[in-house]
Design a protein around this ligand. Structure first.
Ligand SMILES: NC(=O)C1=CN([C@@H]2O[C@H](COP(=O)(O)OP(=O)(O)OC[C@H]3O[C@@H](n4cnc5c(N)ncnc54)[C@H](O)[C@@H]3O)[C@@H](O)[C@H]2O)C=CC1
Ligand SMILES: O=C(O)C(=O)COP(=O)(O)O
Length: 528
């Protein structure tokens, strides 16, 4: 049995490691304590890697990962994963999105309360310095304060709910959610970032990306209340670190609670020299409960990905399978087959692939075009083409992929038409799925024809003169090729197209014999 190799690049819970060790089809390599240069040698063998925030999936990693099918980020944030680079190489990126939510929420609350009461400092004073000075440690209450929450997803929404139980007023900024998600909880939703800057405490829970990087900078801090408290348990860099330092130094910011840094590990960061900051070394996900959940889910998802069973929480697939209706899936499969068929009929350098949809399927024509492209390009490419890298490979090869939704067809409930243009010309194939579930071609290059989309297929085009069908039949019989289905169509130019399904593979000699028949205009052979 061929074993799949899974490399664990960072520490995950023992229960997850146990699952990997116990699966007979998995060759498991623990590389969390290897230095990052050695890790590159190790991942060259891996089918799947499990990572956390300590392993950057950058160009070095991707170049080394020659056999990699998938990467499982055992946590939420993928800001240190080059998703586009992975897509180009056909590597599927998956994460484990909700397993550490509560851990991150509770750490945020710990930071918030620590900042309000300067708890770590009073603790240090008494415990380590043995000083009993109660008058030094006056803090502030959460009750009656305004908390600004930036990002109201899994973590932000729960932080807001917990803060609400402290009788804090909540103001939320998240342009990507429906306001009722906030207002239904008796909180204020705002589209005006100035409302957040006017709060007493501000906490951020967004992903780190181009839009959120430096979201709080010098200009934003200048607009804040004097004595504001800032919390960041999401990602370093969401608050510009230099601006944060200056704001804390000048006491414009009274206190900050920081779990994450732009560059980690951050053991000699200037922020650590300040006296009004509470810090932790990226501990948001570090609870036993969360690490057990993440470790076991990451191991399960990695095993399934290595075996090609499923790709849970894949972030760079062209479609989110959970969001497409069941009727669409067979059309996607059919699109891929049609692409494959078209590239066998029209064998030359591909220039363009155009996919049109009619009926309800037209809503999914973009996803369809990816599947068609995979089918069309896999025929004459030495690269491995899959749904993740199809778009990139097409771009690299200068192949144009287009899609369009057309008006409903007068005849078919759903219809897809694939036009494949190569150096030799354009081939057009339309297909549909009837209520019996059988995938059928209904037109090829303007010939209305009905034929099942399966098996070995000969496409014979001829001048529409008498006796051709008989000659085809006898030629195939002489060459021991058994016909299972024969469909015929004519066009207005006195041409006919026969699509012949046969029981067995057809050799070159048979195809040449067909091509030499008098009325023959072209012969093509395709295997699906
Ligand atoms: N410190 C730690 O150990 C941990 C940190 N995290 C970080 O926390 C972040 C949030 O995690 P979840 O809540 O699970 O993610 P999520 O995806 O459930 O929520 C993110 C929210 O941010 C919102 N958002 C995106 N762009 C925005 C913008 N420009 N302005 C305002 N809102 C915006 C989204 O609409 C979404 O509602 C993660 O991206 C990760 O970086 C997550 C877990 C642990
Ligand atoms: O899940 C996240 O986004 C986190 O920040 C947790 O990161 P970690 O797995 O602890 O390196």
């Amino acid at each position: 049995m061929k074993k799949h190799t899974i490399v664990v690049c960072d520490h995950i819970h023992e229960a997850g490691l146990e699952m990997l060790r116990n699966d007979e089809s998995i060759n498991f390599i623990m590389a969390a304590d290897e230095d990052k240069v050695k890790l590159l040698d190790i991942i060259a063998k891996a089918d799947v890697a499990i990572t956390r925030s300590s392993t950057d999936v950058d160009d070095k990693f991707i170049n080394a990962a020659k056999n990699m099918k998938a990467i499982v980020r055992a946590g939420v944030g993928v800001d240190n994963v080059d998703i586009e680079g992975c897509s180009k190489e056909g590597i599927i990126v998956m994460n484990v999105p909700t397993a550490n939510t509560i851990a991150a929420v509770e750490l945020t609350m710990a930071h918030m309360l620590s900042c309000m009461r300067m708890f770590p400092y009073s603790h240090d004073h008494l415990k380590n310095q043995r000083i009993w000075k109660r008058e030094k440690w006056y803090g502030y209450e959460m009750k009656g304060k305004k908390l600004g929450v930036i990002g109201f997803g899994n973590i932000g929404s729960r932080v807001a709910k917990r803060a609400q139980s402290f009788e804090t007023d909540i103001v939320v900024y998240d342009p990507y959610i429906h306001p009722s998600k906030v207002t239904d909880c008796d909180m204020t939703y705002t589209k005006d970032f100035a409302d957040i800057l006017a709060c007493d405490i501000i906490t951020i829970h967004t992903p780190k990306n181009q839009e959120t990087l430096n979201m709080i900078d010098e200009a934003e801090i200048a607009k804040m209340k004097d004595g504001v408290v800032l919390i960041n348990c999401a990602r370093g860099g969401l608050y510009n670190e230099e601006a944060l330092y200056n704001g804390l130094k000048s006491k414009k910011i009274r206190f900050a609670g920081i779990d994450v840094f732009n560059k980690e590990p951050a053991t000699d960061h200037p922020l650590l020299d300040l006296e009004n900051i509470v810090v932790s070394p990226h501990l948001g996900a570090n609870t036993y409960e969360s690490q057990y959940n993440i470790g076991t889910q990451a191991a399960k998802n990695a095993i399934e990905a290595a075996k090609g069973i499923s790709f849970a929480h894949a972030m760079n697939l062209p479609i989110d399978e959970s969001k497409i209706p069941s009727f669409v899936k067979p059309f996607l499969e059919m699109g891929q087959k049609i692409g494959f068929l078209a590239s066998q009929i029209n064998k030359s350098q591909i220039i363009a692939i155009k996919v049109s949809g009619q009926g309800e399927i037209s809503n999914y024509v973009e996803s369809l075009s990816t599947f068609v492209a995979v089918g069309a390009m896999s025929q004459n490419s030495s690269d491995t083409i899959n749904y993740v890298n199809a778009e990139f490979v097409a771009k690299e090869k200068g192949i144009k992929i287009e899609f369009e939704a057309l008006n409903d067809s007068a005849v078919f409930k759903n219809l897809i038409t694939v036009k494949l243009t190569t150096a030799e010309g354009t081939t057009s194939i339309s297909s549909t799925i009837f209520d019996d579930g059988v995938k059928r071609i209904v037109a090829i290059d303007g010939f209305d024809i009905e034929v099942a989309l399966k098996g070995d297929m000969i496409l014979f085009k001829n001048s529409d003169v008498p006796g051709v069908i008989g000659s085809i039949g006898s030629t195939l019989a002489r060459n021991n090729v058994n016909i299972s289905d024969f469909s015929l169509a004519r066009n207005k130019d006195a041409e006919a197209l026969a699509v012949i399904l046969v029981d067995n593979a057809v050799n070159e000699a048979t195809l040449n014999a067909l091509a030499s028949l008098e009325a023959c205009l072209s012969v093509n052979y395709a295997r699906l």
